[in-house]
Write a protein that binds this ligand. Structure first.
Ligand code: NG6
Ligand code: CA
Length: 503
């Protein structure tokens, strides 16, 4: 169907349902901007003062800003898995932080946000961090790489296979490593060195950015990474221009598809480690690289918005800005983040952060911007990224087959600001599965340290259960479990029911 016809059908559907703006389409473009490791408190619209984020703030001002929105987990791979499949990642074996040579986690043929929107006529594209595995084991980086994004509903992709701090440090465009010289083949190994090339461990004097923990293996661009690689020299990325490269790819996708509905999954590398902003952001903040990559991220958001505006698409684009887990300060490189943090609170008023059972693990920034349909405001509805699959299906009129998106709930009324009501219950996955029931939060007993040694994150582990009333105590400081055993028992039982039931 051409865009004209889409607009015609959708306009009548919209009028019939009495939605405010007759310009709102039932097939709006959908742009999901997925920042990495950006905390609840890291942007101006969520209270940050030591970094300016005018572009993100502008989205928040013209859209709906959520205060209780969640990634499905406190780390990347499980959150991304849930976002795309609508299934809690704890149900999926192996859905944990993956090495760069891991096989594809989402099996081809499975309904994903991309395949669902593609079935509704959308052109679909993934740009940026993937971290959901590629190939079917022992991937040969010098050949066609499959399965990958193109086998689960994306028409095109330009991705980092895993993370910025994991090899291979190359971009994959559709099914091939971009700019690969076949005379210099790539090898990747996570078990040991492939040759006697210097590593971060053997030759720290070669590094421009030193690890604080881990990250002492193959050196690429003066930065040692996780894992070993050799060859592929022409294809290696440059950290300083990564944000520019990804933003350019994203804006070009928008420009090329302006005449039809499209879905852009734009997963930035910012603000994950290694934090290496373009030199033009070197003085953006006084917080060093961690602050400056927030400025760089904001610039990327600005580029997307500017392109949508130029194409006259902003009005009818449903743009969501969010993050894959909470913030972390020292995540493995000595980049001055801890020393220069000052009064900045990356996770806002919430305890913990990336990796943690506390709210800081999964409570993330979340802004919905769609001028034609969404009125500006603030929402305290409890929503999760796992809900986007079913909500987008409802929006675009796609029928999800039985079994697809088993944990995804239709939150469209809350997402569009038509209802204040979000989810009643939600699983937050970190070391254990915590449960939200309205404003109550239950963290079951868990093993493991209270504070993660290297990152200095409060993990929220305790040998007995914890119960918090987030309405009165958003910072999870008063454990009410001992005084309310009935509620603890009910919430523990509900967690087990959800775990066992598949929904
Ligand atoms: C950890 C890495 C950390 C980061 C994280 C994944 C070490 C010591 N730490 O294992 O730097 O890469 O994995 O982050 O290697 S995530 O955002 O992709 O989940
Ligand atoms: Ca992350």
């Amino acid at each position: 169907m051409r865009r004209r016809d889409f607009l015609r059908c959708s306009a009548s559907a919209v009028l019939a349902s009495g939605v405010p703006s007759p310009g709102a389409s039932a097939s709006p473009n959908i742009v999901f901007i997925y920042a990495d490791d950006l905390g609840w408190g890291d942007t101006g619209c969520y209270g940050a003062q030591r970094v300016r984020t005018p572009n993100i703030d502008r989205l928040a001002k013209g859209g709906l800003r959520f205060t209780d929105a969640h990634s499905s987990a406190a780390t990347c791979t499980p959150s991304r898995y849930s976002l795309l499949t609508g299934e809690y990642a704890f149900r999926k074996q192996g859905a944990r932080v993956l090495p760069g040579d891991a096989p594809a986690l989402i099996e081809p043929g499975r309904v994903t946000m991309a395949s669902m929107l593609k079935s509704r006529g959308y052109r679909t594209c993934a740009i940026g961090k993937w971290h959901l595995g590629l190939g079917s084991g022992n991937v040969d980086w010098n050949n066609e790489i499959r399965p990958g994004p193109l086998d689960i509903g994306f028409d095109e992709c330009f991705i980092l296979p895993a993370t910025g701090d994991r090899v291979p440090c190359v971009y994959v465009e559709n099914r091939r490593v971009a700019n690969l010289d076949p005379r210099d083949p790539i090898k990747v190994d996570y078990k040991g060195p492939l040759d006697d090339a210097p590593t971060g461990k053997t030759h720290p004097e070669l590094l421009k950015l030193h690890p604080s923990h881990g990250h002492d293996m193959t050196i690429v661009n003066g930065i040692s990474r996780i894992g070993y690689m050799s060859g592929g020299r022409k294809a290696l990325w440059n950290d300083e221009t990564m944000a520019d490269t990804l933003a350019r790819r994203a804006t070009s996708f928008i420009e090329h598809n302006a005449a039809r509905p499209f879905f852009l999954y734009f997963a930035t590398h910012d603000i994950h480690v290694p934090r290496v902003p373009n030199p033009r952001f070197a003085k953006s903040t006084e917080m060093g690289p961690r602050g400056n990559v927030i400025a760089e991220l904001d610039w990327c958001v600005g580029k997307i918005v500017e392109t949508l505006e130029k194409q006259r698409l902003l009005e009818n684009t449903l743009l969501i800005f969010s993050s894959d887990n909470g913030a972390v300060v020292d995540d493995g490189y000595r980049d001055g983040a801890v020393e220069k943090l000052g009064s900045h609170r990356p996770n806002g008023p919430f305890r913990g952060g990336k990796y943690s059972n506390f709210e800081g693990g999964t409570r993330v920034p979340f802004v919905v911007h769609w001028p034609a349909r969404v009125k500006p405001g603030v929402s305290s509805a409890l929503v999760s990224q796992v809900d986007l699959l079913r909500s987008f299906a409802r929006l675009t009129g796609a029928a999800l087959p039985a079994g697809a998106g088993p944990d995804s709930e239709n939150m469209l009324p809350a997402l569009l600001g038509e209802s204040k009501k979000g989810r009643q219950v939600l699983i937050e996955q970190a070391g254990v599965l915590s449960l939200r029931d309205g404003n109550w939060k239950y963290i079951p007993p868990g093993k493991g340290p209270k504070v993660q040694k290297n990152t200095n994150t409060e993990l929220g582990n305790d040998s007995s259960g914890q119960l918090y009333d987030l309405a009165a105590d958003p910072g999870e400081t008063r454990n009410l479990a001992a005084g309310d055993p009935g509620r603890v028992e009910r919430m523990a039982a509900m967690t087990e029911r959800i775990r066992a039931a598949g929904r």
